[in-house]
Design a binder for this molecule. Sequence first.
Ligand SMILES: Cc1ncc(COP(=O)(O)O)c(C=O)c1O
Length: 372
Amino acid sequence: MKINFVDLKAQYLPIKSEIDSAIQNVIDKTAFTLGEEVEIFEKNFADYCGSKYCIGISSGTDALHLALRAIGVGYGDEVIVPVNSFIATAEAVSHCGAIPVFVDVDEKTYNLDVLKIEEKITVKTKAIIPVHLYGQLADMDAVIGIAGRYNLKVVEDACQAHGAEALNKEGAWQRAGTFGDAACFSFYPGKNLGAYGDGGAVVTNDSVIAEKLRLLRSHGENAKYIHSVVGYCNRLHAIQAAILNVKLNKLDEWNRKRKNNAQLYGKLLSGSGVTVPYCGENRRHVYHLYVIRAEDRDGLIDFLSDRGVSTGIHYPTPIHLQGAYNNSGYREGNFPVAEKISKEILSLPMFPELTSEQIEYITELIRKKFKD
Ligand SMILES: Cc1ncc(COP(=O)(O)O)c(C=O)c1O
């Protein structure tokens, strides 16, 4: 059986007519950049997250970069970043001329280890970026507490966590994107909410940050050819917003299917010798990725691949060991948890349309591999 890591065609086919007419509608209007579709999506996505403002941006990376600029991060500042994330989290800091200061991750959740943040705070620290990795919220109570004590801003990297929730101090479920000063989402095609190209957004409850972002994303322009700040060309395109408007209506159902798939994986992998994802009791995980840990991970990849199953590694090299950060003074041994898990983690196929037969096939192969 051949099983893709993600299957965007399986997602597209049932909604083809809605998507096609949404795209055609934009072409008919010939209004391609920002405009009505983007405004509708911004309103819808802000409501979905439970946030006051949403600003559509060209990608998750650009959303992070502009959000950091909007909260005042600049040259020489330091920003705390988990070392196990997609490199874009750190890149956004570097794009501001600031320094990403890496922190190790928690061995159970793979999110920022909040006990290791304070030792990294200096007079130059401006902000913390908790990443809600794989679809599970980071420990936001702890992050917000630390940020409050040291007067730091918090920018959530919610690029993998559309619709994820955590129980807040008041005992209510609260969505990713509403804990920090601002939160950034990616709509890269394979995300839980994905566009048909690049796309991103920042959500915030702060009107000043929202206004700065509106300026920054489009050449600092506040009226036709009136540019009050030096900005960027980082706008969300109308075709992507129109697609996202269709897909946002399906997001909760897709997230439910991902969760069901994760539960089935968990059941069928129990006792198999691999470690399945941990989901905290006070968390609603949206399983952007289903990440297991296994001995002989690379052998397992080959074993599955030889039998038609595609997998991924998120991420094979912690950011401090990437060539891009060669000159930042970090070396192997600095972040033992991230370094260890990077050799053991494996992302199994995960998407809403994955069938129980496919999960049974994958889990049977894993059991077989570890019995041999
Ligand atoms: C955790 C995380 N941060 C940032 C990004 C960057 O988003 P984009 O690819 O839309 O620029 C991604 C996307 O892969 C991500 O997973």
